[in-house]
Design a protein around this ligand. Structure first.
Ligand code: SF4
Length: 376
């Protein structure tokens, strides 16, 4: 039936639950539905010029334009209209989002750090990134969850967290600085769109925005999409420490969400990541993402040694009660790396997760009716 899919991923699309829950994702991949960003590009803003507007005026237009976007998208989803029938507007919803993003970066609040630095003037906040985005690699990733592979993954340098256990610390934390990169290369919106084109041509099922964390690069990603036309899923793969404003920009553009949900105890979350109010921010954003669009989401939860009762079980409870159609990847990949191994401060974390801990988590997920095997 899905003979165009790669052999190694065929089996997952024989699973009726995956097919039912990922209708939009599959429809785009089959060419029967449109990626949301393409509809965002066709949605007009009722303005002839964006230049003289204040940020609050632009947000007001964003709110109004979203209502228009929702109507257009709903018609297309129901088959009452097609994207080909729509004209290219003089100013699109995507143009408005790009313009807002360019304002935000001058007083940066893309994430809940809210550093309020002007990154266009090389003032650096917590992520230490100016306005030019840095990519470290972009390739067809076959290690993601089965419904996602091959995934056109684009890894950005830099992160809004400082995880003590980070397994990607060379690109998230130790990448040097903007004047002296240990890794990666600068990209422009146009060069980033070419990277997307290459990945799509090579057979990617999605464009997977990740890092580090992709959040500091929202402005570049949105502008890259103005230069891109391929009907391919846009996937947000993030720690979800995005600000409300950052979320507003992403919500209509992303088709699929791949959020982390690691902690449920803020004290431990802060000790691990140096982020405050982790639980409130991450759950707020995950719920927002879930409720906007098509509920198509895989939540990644990494089990940590000794943290099943404090974090894993309440997280599973939260998922069952708030995002019931999301799959949850209950991950056993914890390794005591970066600052953890050999550090007396973290001695309770300096081991692998036991099979008893994994069993406890997975049995509890089964009791709650959470689907995890399909994305394991
Ligand atoms: S993206 Fe976040 S961490 Fe980076 S400067 Fe902006 S608010 Fe600060």
């Amino acid at each position: 039936m899905f003979r165009f899919l790669r052999v190694n991923t065929d089996a997952i699309w024989e699973n009726p639950v995956v097919v039912r829950r990922f209708q939009h994702y599959l429809g785009v991949f089959q060419g029967k539905k449109s990626a949301r960003y393409l509809i965002v590009k066709k949605t007009p803003v009722n303005l002839s010029d964006l230049m003289d507007l204040s940020l609050s005026e632009m947000w007001e237009h964003h709110k109004q334009t979203r209502e228009r976007f929702n109507k257009i998208e709903s018609k297309i989803e129901k088959g009452q209209s097609t994207i080909q029938e729509l004209d290219n507007p003089e100013i699109s919803f995507l143009d408005l989002k790009v313009r807002i993003a360019k304002e935000i970066i001058q007083n940066c609040h893309f994430c809940e750090r809210r550093c309020h630095v002007d990154r266009t003037k090389k003032e650096l906040g917590f992520c230490r990134l100016a306005d030019k985005s840095i990519v470290t690699s972009a390739f067809l990733h076959v290690g993601e969850e089965p419904p996602l592979i091959p995934s056109g993954t684009i890894f950005f340098i830099g992160c809004t967290f400082r995880c003590a256990f980070c397994q990607n610390w060379s690109i998230s934390q130790k990448w040097g600085n903007i004047d002296n990169l240990n890794e990666g290369y600068f990209v422009t919106p146009v060069s980033l769109s070419k990277i997307m084109e290459k990945l799509a041509k090579e057979g990617a099922k999605n464009i997977n925005w990740v890092g580090g964390d992709p959040t500091p690069n929202i402005h570049t990603i949105l502008e890259a999409l103005t230069h891109f036309q391929v009907n391919i899923i846009q996937l947000w793969n993030s720690n979800m420490f995005v600000s409300l404003e950052g979320m507003e920009l992403l919500l209509d553009v992303m088709d699929f969400w791949l959020p982390d949900l690691k902690f449920f105890e803020n004290g431990f979350a802060y000790e691990m990541t140096k982020a405050k109010s982790y639980k409130e921010v991450a759950t707020r954003n995950i719920k927002k993402a879930y409720n906007n669009g098509f509920h198509e989401m895989i939540i990644r939860h990494l089990i940590m040694p000794g943290r099943v009762e404090a974090d894993t079980l309440p997280i599973l409870d939260w998922c069952a009660g708030n995002v019931e159609r999301a799959f949850v990847n209950i991950m056993a990949q914890w390794r005591p790396e970066h600052k953890i191994h050999g550090n007396p401060r973290y001695n309770t974390l300096d081991r692998r997760v036991s099979s008893q801990e994994m069993d406890r988590a997975r049995k509890y997920a089964d009791q709650l009716g959470i689907r995890w095997r399909e994305v394991h």
